[in-house]
Design a protein around this ligand. Structure first.
Ligand code: SAM
Ligand code: SF4
Length: 362
């Protein structure tokens, strides 16, 4: 059996290799992180790309068992930003030089919602002749809807698979027509087929999740050849069904370390993809985003949602940066990235190099 150091030097990994890397502790974990950082710097340099996050609405038709804004949580005050509020956020992103915005929301597929998103994407595209890149993260939709939004000007879409193992998927979602694992897979395939820079991902440290599941998740990302991945620690929310398992999951520190190991191993497997340092990292560890950047992540999503709505978009409790103002956020980000030898790249879309290379190969 190869040693840990020999596995680290491999060009491709078996599932057993992945499990061994994910189980690394102490000195071995440091070696893994070191290798992942070197790989990122070699392929992507020390740049960090920004996506100004607009949390458009917390109205959600689904009941994911982990999420604080699930439709059945009656304690949440529901909101939807007005057109003016969304466009103000986009103008602010442009003014701050963010280069891209990401619109995220609870899931709806009614005509009013689909039309509205199409309209908003087109309006954002009018700012400075289309200078802002647009990522959407609006859940499962028909291929026709995805196409309309793509034609309107969106070019990236983030839809986490949440769990690539069907059994685990149904332990964290109700098993019904609204939460259909096969449909989720089909949606990811539609996005890839339509030509979106497609992103997916999972939460790390979920109840019932094993190292075997996580290794399968990594192999799923590679098999789908996605352009972006977002992974963050699971954070139990008291008003959700999964909260009852909060004592059966790894500690916050262990969930954080496992997330970092997932990011690091994936950087070795897919050196050119974009990987987000999710806000959930910063919520479980004040330096979580920096740590994610230091093990392979290269994208940060500063929140542009007007402050009065942020408290209602609590998918998990104690979310980081809920009270920060956008301009404070910018200074804070520059300093934080500088302190770890990285540089925020302003006024650029920050496309995935993996995706751009693939396109030019065609
Ligand atoms: N509704 C869209 C969807 O589900 O794809 C986009 C918004 S949803 C809030 C964005 C992501 O938040 C989900 O993909 C999920 O992984 C993450 N999330 C939800 N609840 C969480 C929790 N309790 N802890 C950590 N991440 C969570
Ligand atoms: Fe809705 Fe997304 Fe939360 Fe599921 S994860 S309940 S779809 S906002």
């Amino acid at each position: 059996m190869p040693s840990f150091d020999e596995i680290l030097e491999k060009q491709s990994f078996t599932k057993e290799d992945l499990k061994l890397l994910l189980a690394a502790e102490g000195e071995e974990m440091s070696k893994l992180f070191d290798k992942a950082l070197k790989t990122k710097l070699k392929y992507l340099d020390n740049y960090v790309h920004l996506r100004g996050l607009i949390e458009y609405s917390n109205r959600c038709a689904k009941y994911c068992l982990y999420c604080g804004v699930r439709g059945k949580n009656t304690k949440v005050e529901r909101y939807t930003l007005s057109d003016e509020e969304v466009l103000e956020c986009a103008h602010l992103a442009h003014k701050l030089g963010y280069g891209s915005v990401a619109i995220q929301s609870g899931e709806r597929d009614d005509k009013e919602f689909v039309d509205k998103i199409e309209y908003l994407v087109k309006e954002i595209k009018k700012i400075d002749n289309g200078s802002l890149g647009i990522t959407l993260s609006l859940g499962e939709q028909t291929e026709e809807t995805y196409r309309r939004w793509f034609d309107a000007g969106a070019h990236r879409y983030l839809l986490r698979i949440e769990a690539s193992d069907e059994d685990l998927y149904y332990k964290i979602h109700p098993k019904d027509k609204k939460h259909d694992f096969r449909k989720r897979l089909e949606c990811i395939d539609s996005l890839l087929h339509l030509g979106y820079q497609t992103g997916t991902g999972v939460m790390v440290g979920l109840p019932f999740q094993t190292l075997d599941n996580l290794a399968d998740d990594l192999m799923f990302f590679k098999r789908k050849d996605v352009a972006m991945v977002g992974m963050g620690p699971f954070i139990p929310h008291p008003d959700t069904p999964l909260y009852e398992y909060k004592d059966q999951i790894p500690s916050a520190k262990d969930r954080m370390n496992l997330t970092l190991k997932m990011i690091a191993v994936l950087r070795l497997m897919m050196p050119e993809i974009n990987m987000v340092a999710a806000t959930a990292n910063q919520t479980v560890d004040p330096l979580g985003r920096e740590k994610a950047i230091m093990v392979g992540a290269n994208v940060i999503m500063p929140n542009l949602t007007p402050n009065e709505f942020r408290e209602n978009y609590l998918i998990y409790p104690d979310k980081a940066c809920v009270k920060d103002k956008p301009d404070q956020c910018q200074t804070c980000l520059d300093l934080r990235m500088e302190s770890i030898g990285h540089k925020v790249l302003y006024n650029a879309w920050g496309d995935s190099k993996e995706f751009t290379n693939k396109k030019s190969d065609r």
